[in-house]
Each structure stands twice: as C-alpha cells, then as structure tokens.
Design a protein around this ligand. Sequence first.
Ligand SMILES: [Fe+2]
Ligand SMILES: [Fe+2]
Length: 372
Amino acid sequence: MLQVKKHSSHLLRLSRRTLAATATAAATASCDEQRQEQMMRRLAEDGWVDEHLLPLLTPVEEAWQPAELLPTFAAPADEHQSQVAELQARAAGLPDDILVCLVGNMVTEEGLPTYMSMANRVAGGSDATGCDDHGWARWLRGWTAEENRHGDLLNRYLYLCGRVDMRQVERTVHHLLRRGMRGITQPSSPHHSLIYGAFQERATFVSHARTAKSAARNGDACLAKICGVIAADEKRHEVAYTRASARAFEADPDGMVRALAAVMRAKVTMPGELMTDGRHERLFDHFSAVAQRSGVYTAADYGDMVEHFVRRWKVAELGADLSGEGRRAQDYVCGLPRKIRRMEELAHDRAAQMEARSVGFSWVFDRPVRIH
Ligand SMILES: [Fe+2]
Ligand SMILES: [Fe+2]
C-alpha cells in the first residue's frame, strides 16, 4: 500500500513536471510566434519588402507569357499546323525518363492553389482581404501570378507534344489538389516559411534548369527554352526568399537557427509529395527515383543546397547571443552537409549493387522507366 502511495506521488510529481515543461514550451512557442509576427509587420511597414523584394518581380509588360513560347493558333491554318508539327518532331526524340521528370515538375507547379493558401497562413504576412495593400500581400499575389505561368506553359507544351497520356497527367493534378500538402511543421511561422521558400525555389530552379539542358541535348530547343525561362523565374524567387531569410537572421538569429534546424529535421518535404495518378500510391517516390537517376534532381543537390544556405546565412558565424537550444541547432545544421553526403555515398553504393528495376508510368502510357 505504502509502495503504491509512493509510486503514485512519484507519478504525480512527474506529471506535474511534464505539464510544467509542456507549458514552458508552449509559452516559448507563442512568444516566438508573436516576435516573428511583429518582425513581419515591421518589414512591411518600414518599406523593407517594397525596397528589397517587390523589385524582384517582373513588371507585367516585361514578363514572358506562355503564348509567346508555343505555336499560335491565330496564324493561318497551314502556318500553325507546321508550328505544331515542328514542336512534335522535336519532342519525338525525348526519352521517357525526361518526360516523366517534366510531368512530375508540371504536376508540382499545378499545385499552386495549395501553395498560395499555405503562404497566406503566415502570421503577419497574410493577405486578409484578397487585395491588401501591404508589401507581403503584394509580394504573395505577384509571386502567384508569376508561378501561375509555369504550370500553364508546361501543361500546354505537354498537351501539344503528344508524347504523354494527358488524361492521366490531369488526374494526377486533380488528386494532388484534393490531397494538399504536408509541407512544413509550423505553417504559420514566418521563419519556417521563409526558409522553406528559399529551399523550394532553389530546388525547382535546379530541376527546371537541368531539364532544359537535357531537352537541348536531346534536340528539343523549344522545350529547352520553356524550361529555361521557368528556371530564371525560380532563381528570382529564390533570391527573394533567401534575402528575406537573411534579414530575419539579422533580426532574430536564435529563432532563425532553431527554425532552420526544425525545417531540416522535417527533411524539407517536397510540395508534390502527395501526388498519385489513382493507381500508384508511391508515384512521387518513383518520380523522385527517376529524377535522381537521370540527374535532374539528386540527393547530392540537396546536400549542396544545405551547404549553400548555411554559408549564405553565415550560420557558423552566429555567436554570443545564441541560447543553448540555438547552439545545438547551429551544431546540427553545420554538420548536416557532411552527413547528407555520407548517406548519399552509401545510397549510391547500395544502388550500384541493386539489379536494374523499372516501373510503368501511366503518364507515358504505362511504358516502363528505369528507377535504378
Ligand atoms: Fe514554379
Ligand atoms: Fe517558384
């Protein structure tokens, strides 16, 4: 009986301690959120967003539009037919792995409604009315308008080229929009969102730029140009989120390094992760494996990216004012590129010993495509 009493009072003490620790963590988190929200408001109010981010958007009059890069149906029939025939002749030489990468990238771009609604949940940066006048709201609408051209252009190219099963591609987009995205662990946190934005834009830049090179190598100059102009947009967006993150590092180094570690621990989930064509649940994994194998986007690129941002945001140089947790986050993040490289080498060795494996993709009429 005495022992039971002792045990229950010990449990009571423990649960009080757990409750106290949970309450402290919750208080720190809400304090963090308030600080981040205030930072966002200040950056808009003092004109920082106007001065440093909005000029990175291209004025509408100067921006490319999908119609300029595709056959025009306003031309006389024989002329537009020959433009379409030329596009299809060039696309005829594209290997299936490049088509799969292109479709995967296009489906990801078409998830834009989800990404805009995610970005609009960021505390202190949201567009509450749909036509707010503050800097972050204008940035978000301008960014969305530029991104919207990416899905449009790739979608139309794929439709015209005749190499893919458009119904299956469209169903994948439909599924992805219905499923949404897991994305970041704290969607309302400005710190998390800015860091995630910088990584995503750089990853899409790499992916579109490599697809452009591959298209050129396979004789499709039209597709090379299409992926090239999209990559150039992604680069400007990457500059914007990288710059905003750097500004947040100045304002709140401890909060930012902790946020960076948290985003890295969650493994920067890709926004198209939940895609399916209704037949294959692991479609995203298979698409990623094709991208890895064809060099369009690889694990090594991810390691390079972490290294790039750690250097760009001078994470190793953050010093005296870091908290204990901040220091632990700094150590973790600074050691990460080496860890990712080591894992990548091991995965590479493992893949070299595996037997070749192909998977049928409904996007290319169920033809098998090598995944390793
Ligand atoms: Fe994009
Ligand atoms: Fe982008």
